[in-house]
Design a protein around this ligand. Sequence first.
Ligand code: SF4
Length: 304
Amino acid sequence: VPANVATRGSLADVLSSLAPARPGATGGVRVLAEVRDGLEHAAAEATELGGWAPDDPLRLSKGTVTWLVRCPRRALAAEDGEGLADDLVLGLVVDAAAKLATLGARRPITVQAAVAYLTAQGDPAVADHLDDLGPSAAPVLREAGARVARLTGAWPGIDGGWWPRVEEPVRARLAGGAVTVTGRLDVLLGGPPTDRPGVVVEVKGGRWYDGMRADGHLYALLVGLRDGLVPAAVVTVVADGTTHAERIRPALVRHAGERLELAIRAAAPVAAGEPPDARPGSHCSHCPARTDCAAGRTWLAEAR
Ligand code: SF4
């Protein structure tokens, strides 16, 4: 894999810069073994305290990993059920458009097509939200149209040799199944059994910030643990038009493993009945627990 895969680039740049994988390629085997050992060790120790078992495991997703690392108390907070915000709708539409583009849809990829795709996948929330807005949906639809056009304009034709897959499930079992980490990849290209290097594509709503990279790194780790081969690159495509592409280096795999270890260890005392740590920061402003959380309220008052 060339070292010059763009750190802010496009999916097209990444795909054209990756050389075919060599037969029998074993990229990252050593770092994967090292990271797996660390995770097994952390999961076994945490399970002693957390009391999980294969028939009642600790189940982690990318969202719970993020919050266990950032603020364990937030990881346990129920969502506030305020329904879909327009920003979230834009993210979901762009996400659906990216999947249609990856699958080589033969019909034009429009906002309507993306919303229909979501509904056909059993997720009618965006269609319902737009219906509820009625005529006031016009600005949201306009913005969604601009973002879908920008995405499809930059999306490369992906030839069948990449075996384009969307919403592929991936799972790691640790401590004999007492800890499971699951994910559903937005887009996965290449990797075994193809002769191309793996490329993980994560599509995000909202606005770009550097912390968004962590989900793609976690998924690259989970794919690596599954396939025995680390994907070559992660591309994060954001609904605000940002595309961030980066080559996966051993240090990133190690860092993703350390972050996952932290999350597993943070879950153990909570499962054992201790109150979760509250770690305030700028993330408090959107936290559903903020009205009941003294640490968060103090932080927000001081920040104001
Ligand atoms: S308000 Fe802040 S400190 Fe409190 S639970 Fe939420 S994110 Fe954590």
